[in-house]
Design a protein around this ligand. Structure first.
Ligand code: AHG
Ligand code: MN
Ligand code: MN
Length: 332
């Protein structure tokens, strides 16, 4: 049997790819893995213990009902970042404002993390896959001071690393530091992530499309024409594509990353700016998609080049296999 490579061994072996690496980013990635194990453990107990399933009894700043697990996951990650000492501040989908950590060690740190602690909240109570999505940037404010809003509002092209953890039939952590995409599956018996999906590549084409078709009447003519193409026999495969929509972006994205497919959440009247958050969902997944050979756009602009103007900014999203996204954009 070939030797299993742990996430920690992999992170350390890749540190030399960064000429002046101090180990800070490596420790930060390890903090994320640690927090994700806590959340994974809680997810696996959902239904058995009272503090995990159900509504929290409040709303986040975006007017969405918070689930208990949204808050559990948010706290697990924030505590890991606060205690880790590599992060000067964070922004999370579940917090109204960004958080600048107060300690001197934190103010001396170089990184900020932006994250969706629990993606797919509506699936928690029904045992369907959910996940965490994260994005890491170098601060732009001076080291030794408090983190600022400008540290958080950076274009996706500035990401140093990004990834997600999918709490699915197994728990898998997928990340990139701009040098390819690798996936690690958690062995829950020993609490260790092992490299299971080295150098992930998104197929250039596919036959899965993921969209909330309940909104079909609100889609623009070009998107409706593309969906009709997906459903017809005159696409490249000679038979209709398969519709697959979990309602957890992270799970839909992961499946399409492996099998080839496209995920679409356009701007619609009910969500005129789009449904998904640029900083916590679209940028990190766009970075991974591009690193794996895929494409991510809002329909006009490459997602990674959008200059953010607000923390909880939403955008339309077309992400997935290169040829499918180009076709949806009317390029073929
Ligand atoms: P979140 O649970 O973090 O609020 O994100 C939910 C997102 C995304 O995961 C999913 O694809 C989409 O919202 C589903 O929206 P619809 O229910 O409108 O299809
Ligand atoms: Mn989400
Ligand atoms: Mn969320």
């Amino acid at each position: 049997m070939s030797k299993l490579i742990t996430l920690h061994e992999f992170i350390v072996s890749r540190q030399k790819d960064f000429p002046f690496a101090t180990g800070e980013l490596s420790r930060l990635l390890s903090d994320i893995a640690f927090a994700s194990k806590i959340v994974s453990n809680d997810v696996r107990k959902a239904g058995l213990v009272d503090h995990i399933l159900g509504a929290q009894g409040g709303q986040n700043i975006q007017g969405e009902e918070q689930q208990k697990l949204d808050v559990v996951a948010d706290n697990a990650f924030i505590n890991a970042f606060r205690n880790g000492g590599e992060v000067c501040g964070i922004a999370s989908e579940e917090n109204d404002d960004f958080v600048a950590f107060e300690s001197q060690a934190a103010q001396n740190a170089n990184y900020v993390v932006l994250f969706d602690p629990l993606d797919g909240s509506s699936n928690i109570d029904v045992n369907v896959s959910i996940g965490t999505i994260f994005s890491i940037y170098r601060r732009v404010s001076a080291q030794g001071s408090r983190a600022t809003l400008a540290d958080m509002l950076q274009a996706g092209t500035q990401q140093v690393a990004a990834g997600y953890v999918l709490y699915g039939s197994s728990t898998i952590l997928v990340y990139t530091t701009g040098n390819g995409v690798n996936g690690f599956t958690l062995d829950p018996a020993i609490g260790e992530f092992f490299l299971s999906h080295p150098d992930m590549q998104m197929p250039e084409n596919g036959r899965l499309y993921s969209v909330n078709e309940g909104n079909l009447n609100d889609f623009d003519p070009q998107l409706r024409a593309y969906l009709a193409y997906c459903q017809s026999n005159d696409n490249q495969t000679g038979k209709p594509y398969s519709g697959r929509y979990i309602g957890s972006l992270v799970a839909d994205f992961h499946r399409n990353l492996i099998k080839g497919g496209i995920y679409i959440y356009p701007c619609v009247p009910a969500a005129p700016e789009g449904r998904l958050r640029l900083l916590y969902e679209c940028n990190p997944l766009a970075f991974i998609a591009e690193q794996a050979g895929g494409v991510a756009t809002n329909g006009k602009t490459r997602i990674l080049e959008i200059e953010p103007s607000a923390l909880h900014q939403r955008v339309g999203l077309y992400i997935g296999s290169k040829l499918m996204v180009e076709k949806a954009m009317g390029l073929h």
